[in-house]
Design a protein around this ligand. Structure first.
Ligand SMILES: O=C(CO)[C@H](O)[C@H](O)COP(=O)(O)O
Length: 291
């Protein structure tokens, strides 16, 4: 089938290649003319035969919103927009409603696979009406991993991004657990080769996983991670997971702690620990460290 793909960065560029390898015709648009197949969104839409399917793979938030706004003007009745970025799931219903005003269908797709997706495939969590999802299915089949799993039509509009958000929340907590275990092993005098302990866990253990394999890759590059600063960014999915948990009154202690650990990583000198130190000093005369 024919697909228009908007956003050819780290994810979109490799996805174009994987969909083409499966025999489909992909016309890609990116603001960077060096990697774009067409010069403008209008040219992309004009080159696609109707009814069209256009996949948006740009950063969540303002960039996705402005792309949806433009597509609403350029596309027509019967066309479908797929949002494959890491959009907040609450944006999906809004986009579906806006596009439906012109008879344009909407599907949200959570995509996992990162820079390894070209070779390994992308796990897909999809939300939308059955007839819209069915129209995009050949593209989902091209992108998904070759095995039995890696694709789900999770429910109505929003269900794909909600599922991907929870996936990313789990990702936060798993990474935090490996990171904490690694720091404790590094601190113990009795353990002389932490990297080999991690490597040994890759087979036969209860905690083997792809994230563990990636941790071993990272330790092979830099055995004690000495070239990195202990600073971790976040791009919103962990925060939205915690917000959804509050809305549903579902306790998420591990995921919440892993999000807050990232916030701690951005402080050189913790203001709240100054208060703890001051209070211990006030009530018990305990020693404080001064600047
Ligand atoms: O979707 C992803 C992996 O599945 C993103 O790469 C990941 O969520 C990055 O998020 P953050 O920047 O918040 O760590």
């Amino acid at each position: 089938m024919q697909l228009g793909l908007i956003g050819l960065g780290k994810m979109g560029g490799n996805m174009r290649e994987r969909i083409r390898r499966a025999g489909h015709d992909v016309i890609g648009y990116d603001r960077n003319p060096e990697i774009s197949d067409v010069a403008s969104l209008k040219e992309l839409v004009d080159k696609l035969e109707g009814p069209r399917v256009v996949w948006v793979m740009v950063p969540a938030g303002a960039a996705t919103q402005s792309t949806v706004d433009e597509l609403k003007e350029l596309l027509s009745d019967g066309d479908i927009v797929v949002d494959g970025g890491n959009s907040r799931w609450t944006d999906d219903e809004k986009h579906a409603t806006e596009l439906a005003e012109r008879g344009i269908g909407f599907v949200d797709a959570g995509v996992s696979g990162g820079v390894w997706g070209l070779e390994n495939g992308y796990a897909l969590m999809v939300g939308g009406a059955d007839e819209h999802v069915a129209r995009v299915k050949p593209v989902f089949d091209a992108l998904k991993p070759e095995g039995e799993y890696g694709y789900v039509h999770a429910g109505k509009v929003g269900a794909g991004h909600f599922s991907k958000m929870v996936h990313n929340g789990i990702e936060y907590a798993m990474m935090q657990a490996y990171a904490e275990g690694w720091e404790l092993l590094e601190a113990a005098d009795s353990v002389t080769d932490v990297r080999e302990v991690f490597r040994s866990w890759q087979e036969g253990t209860v905690i083997r996983s792809w994230l563990l394999d990636l941790a071993v890759n990272a330790l092979d590059d830099d055995e004690h991670l000495e070239r990195l600063r202990g600073f971790a960014q976040d791009s919103g999915e962990g925060r939205w997971t915690v917000e959804a948990a509050i809305d549903h009154a579902v306790p998420l202690p591990a995921i919440t702690a892993s999000l807050f650990a990232r916030f701690s990583s951005r402080q050189d000198d913790s203001p709240q620990m100054k208060m703890i130190a001051a209070l211990r000093n006030q009530f018990g005369g305990h020693a404080v460290e001064k600047k």
